[in-house]
Design a protein around this ligand. Structure first.
Ligand code: ATP
Ligand code: MG
Length: 493
């Protein structure tokens, strides 16, 4: 049967299925529900999809045996020729424009990652989230939106997942249904498949910019101010230990990368991550990456093991991509024992919450340490916390730079040095605000003086308090009555 005849039969089948008043398949039901509520119409199987699927299978049949040993360009030519041949042979009529698009899509499907290629090339996309073969979402400018792209079918989707995962020597199957991987450009990938992902395989790609953000970029985005950068640079040069805190996807790793760019060139830096994302530009950097267990449950190397190993590698600074568990204890110990200037990140809702999370993680190391002892370790190890957040309009901002000032009783004393303040006049969902100094002189200035690192006093100067149009301060003034007044009021009552 010719492809065109097959297609006609397929279309008939699709129509019959639509007309039958039976129940929808789970995928069709999801599609229907999403179309009703989603911002963009969902992809429905079209004859274009069906044609593509058929041609793709035929191309694969023709090209696969010849693929071994071919370079990228040679493969592209092979695929182009095979597509042309098959379109002609199977009598598929497509316009020249469609044909070009078809060839391009076929090349992507065969050699690349199918519909993901276009998204990977699109610089405005920062995250790709595939919830199913026909349900692809992206993040642009900090906001999530649904695309109308889709894989030809679930089998192509699974092939792409397997291709990505196997390229880094890992595998995804029932025995190992969730896996972290990386694309050749360094983008971070996570895949989780059924039965863990109940409605189908989920692929999440955090895109990686070949040209990492710099402090200048973050100033332009409104994440940093010049004053904050001046202070942060001095803190890093003075070897203060830094904790970057924030929610998921708020920019913790990006901030860690920018902070590490302030480390002077002469130092030996060791980075430790689950999935290497940091891109340090210094000449003397060693990158370590943890490893999950193999199929037999052996060979796992945790971040914790790497931190311990790093201590034997004569590091000047240790940068741990993210503290999630017991490694927090080793990290704190490293910070307290001669590896000042180290940095890490933690998932949390605020600076103080970040410290509580650290406390819990230290307990996860398995030692029954008293709370006070843990807090002492934290208070003497961490010097500053940089808290990042994502605003409702998608902007990522630093909402606080907080100094850890020590321990009083069992409480860790924190002092905001910079704080984000919201300004009147913002629209709904688009708040107006700015990061300003609180006007307090940080204790770490003594360390700066000791190391002869200068920070202009003006960087810490607080702006004038906000005023309402009528000139009154926004804060309500509360006058505390003196004892005489209180006694008089009591008497009158
Ligand atoms: N200040 C910023 N302005 C605009 N985009 C940013 C900013 N910081 C980070 N991004 C972008 O936001 C995305 C998430 O950043 P990043 O990976 O640093 O977040 P994260 O907090 O480490 O995430 P996770 O919790 O998943 O580890 C990336 O695509 C990054 O390029
Ligand atoms: Mg991160």
């Amino acid at each position: 049967m010719k492809l065109s005849e097959k297609l006609a039969a397929l279309e008939e089948e699709e129509k019959a299925a639509e007309n039958a008043n039976g129940t929808l398949t789970p995928s069709a039901a999801r599609r229907k529900a999403a179309t009703a509520t989603g911002p963009r119409p969902r992809t429905v199987p079209t004859s274009w999809d069906a044609t593509k699927r058929q041609v793709r299978e035929l191309v694969m049949e023709e090209v696969a045996p010849r693929m071994r040993g071919l370079t990228g360009d040679e493969l592209t030519t092979e695929v182009k020729e095979a597509v042309d041949r098959i379109l002609q042979r199977e009598d598929v009529s497509v316009s020249p424009l469609e044909r070009r698009k078809f060839v391009q899509e076929m090349i992507s499907d065969t050699l690349g990652y199918g519909p993901l290629d276009a998204l990977l090339q699109d610089a405005t996309v920062t995250e790709i989230m595939c919830n199913n073969h026909d349900d692809i979402w992206v993040e642009r400018n900090g906001l999530i939106e649904r695309t109308d792209l889709s894989f030809a079918d679930d089998s192509q989707y699974r092939q792409v997942i397997e291709k990505i995962v196997s390229a880094v020597g890992r595998r995804v199957d029932e025995a190992s249904p969730m896996v972290d991987a990386r694309l050749p450009d360094g983008s971070r990938v996570n895949a989780i498949i059924p039965p863990l992902a109940i409605h189908g395989s989920v692929l999440t790609i955090r895109k990686f910019s070949a040209d990492p953000y710099t402090a200048k970029d973050l100033i332009n985005f409104g994440t940093y101010t010049i004053d904050l950068v001046t202070v942060l640079e001095a803190c890093v040069r003075a070897k203060l230990n830094v904790l970057v805190s924030g929610g998921t996807g708020t920019g913790k790793t990006t901030n860690l990368n920018v902070l590490s760019s302030f480390i002077p060139n002469g130092e030996r830096i060791i980075t430790i991550e689950d999935s290497a994302e940091l891109q340090l530009q210094q000449p003397h950097v060693i990158n370590l990456e943890s490893r999950p267990a193999n199929a037999e449950g052996q060979g796992e190397v945790k971040i914790r093991d790497l931190v311990k190993n790093a201590l034997r590698m004569r590091p000047d600074r240790i940068i741990v991509g993210e503290c999630r568990s017991g490694e927090a204890l080793d990290m704190l110990q490293a910070m307290n024992t001669g590896h000042e200037g180290s940095m890490t990140t933690v998932h949390s809702n605020s600076a103080r919450d970040g410290l509580s999370r650290l406390e819990t993680m230290v307990l996860m190391a398995g030692f029954e340490l008293p709370v006070k002892a843990i807090r002492e370790q934290i208070a003497s190890a961490i010097d500053i916390i940089l808290h990042v957040d994502r605003l409702p309009d998608g902007r990522r901002v630093v909402t606080a730079m907080t100094e850890v000032q020590g321990l009083e009783g069992e409480t860790i004393l924190l002092q905001d040095i910079f704080k984000y303040r919201f300004l009147p006049g913002g629209e709904r969902g688009k708040p107006l605000g700015e990061l300003v100094a609180t006007g307090l002189r940080p204790k770490f200035m003594d360390k700066m003086l000791e190391k002869e690192i200068e920070v202009p006093a003006a960087s810490f100067r607080a702006p004038a308090p906000l005023r309402q149009p009528n000139g009154n301060g926004l804060r309500r003034r509360v006058r505390i009555p003196d004892d005489g007044e209180i006694a008089e009021r009591e008497r009158l009552r």
